[in-house]
Ligand binder design. Sequence first.
Ligand code: 6R9
Length: 634
Amino acid sequence: MGAYEIKSLEQYFKVYKKSVREPRKFWSKIAEDFVWYKKWDKVLEHRLEDAEVKWFVNGKLNITKNCIDRHLAKRGDKTAIIFEPNDPKEEAQHISYNELYVRVCKMANVLRDQGVKKGDRVCIYLPMIPELAVAVLACARIGAIHSVVFAGFSSTALSTRVRDCGSKVLITSDGGFRGNKTIDLKSIVDEALEDCPEMESVLVVKRTGAGIDMKKGRDIWLQPLLEEASGESIAEVMDAEDPLFILYTSGSTGRPKGMLHTTAGYMIYTAYTFKNVFQYEEKDVFWCTADIGWVTGHSYILYGPLANGATTVMFEGVPSYPDFGRFWEVVDKHKVTQFYTAPTAIRALAKESTDWVTRYDLSSLKVLGSVGEPINEEAWHWYNDHVGNKKCPVVDTWWQTETGGLMISPVAFATPTKPTYATLPLPGVQPVLMDEKRNEIENNQVVGSLCIKFPWPGMARTIWGDHRRYKETYFSAFPGKYFSGDGALRDEVGYYRITGRVDDVVIVSGHNLGTAPIEDAINEHPAVAESAIVGFPHEVKGNALCGYIMLKETGETRNRENLTREINQHISEHIGPIAKLDKIQFVNGLPKTRSGKIMRRILRKIASGDTSNLGDTSTLLNPEVVSEIIDSAV
Ligand code: 6R9
């Protein structure tokens, strides 16, 4: 693989220009590097205003041929997946491409024996164990559509998803290990399936050895079936636009949206972005700390790395177990070269002593990545200084479940980085900023709603079962353009900084204020651990700001009034007096989704004094903090 590789800023600009001028030629040249049963007739067909996009029309392929089979001749003994268990005392597993091939084929045969056919949906509710990767790839091998549900989700969330995609087979385990906890996954599944009468079989992986109920006629232990199964399995011939997976993402309102990704475009896009942004080389060991239950895990633990024949780390545990050095211990142990994590993890670790970092040898690291939310300046510097030793470019990658792969991001060693900036669009990505009157803003040093005006291969094609909602959510606010729901600022050289969801922008006295930069400013105060800013209605200003602030030491004895004054002064200095907070509430925790995002929607309601209907709180990691915040509301 190597078409349009980027090794310098100059080359980036050249490649980018090519991708915009001749997108069809550009992507077809990259697509040539993959294995096809039959090449495409046409590179692209699209009508964005109708949310209709097709890439590599009539091309035929199988993604597992590209992620596994084609590597066997050259890299059969190379490690594809390093499995690092939750408990550091349990031995890590090195799964070679040869072994992965056999394991995926076996699982594919088991699924076929269960009657799973091309186009059927298979839900996967597993902890971060090798069987999760194998199950995902086995679905892809037989053309079944996988729908991975993050194993931290509740039974309600699971059953909603199982029903929405109409899955008749579910793969789960007896349980999972996370830090010092054992999670009883199977009983969550049992509860979820009470509402899913269509479910026919549940394949159960043994992981914890906990005694569980096996429902007769429905539940089957997986390992004995795998042992029996053949290690060869023919890969289904898939159309380029055949569905590969459904992955649910929560909307700001209503039911979760089952984002549907298809085969060829997604494969090519994740592979190309992986290779270039992280400057992946053959001997590298890539570690993305996300869970495969999120899109980041799909694209940058599995498909992107495997399509490149890379070694990818799969970590079962958490950053704080058995201690705060766990990430760095794993980097040292497996000589990780690229490390990709989320700002929430960085902030949590930055609260602890740097001794946890310095006691390990991190000299193998070359590139650091960030994803999931805007990274604040303080966290960026901590990451850059203490983890990267100021030698590893920090790629702040902006993208979404809907985009399939990285969209705006530095290319390591090519794009000069700038703290809190995702910097420049990747090849093939044509971002635009839109103003309130729905006009494209041409100049720099502006803020606006971030849209993409031309299709890219990795984009989702629809919402499962609801194309109209797909069109309405993403293609109607700015007709003919994909609307990301995020706001962004473009600086004087054209670098993008994501300011947060557009619904996180608050207009105070006619000024657009992104909540993320205000939070940045507050977080720089030495006593503050984390904060969330929301707007609430104000008679004179239209909106005013309320800050929910968590202190590093919850028992902070300093006078709260002084602290309030200091924080506001900090904001005045960093953003301007306009961004000062009208209300401050010191809290013990912030309501977060299981992927670590602060649920500002809930805080917004509390701040405006409307706690009657807080909407769906079932995906919160810590629902208990909500009542705590309401009870002590100012
Ligand atoms: C990949 C992923 C998408 C939303 C997105 C944006 C936020 C992600 C970001 C970022 C600022 C970054 N987001 N990466 N904001 N800088 N580097 O996270 O997908 O879970 O669908 O979330 O996350 O708000 O719209 P997803």
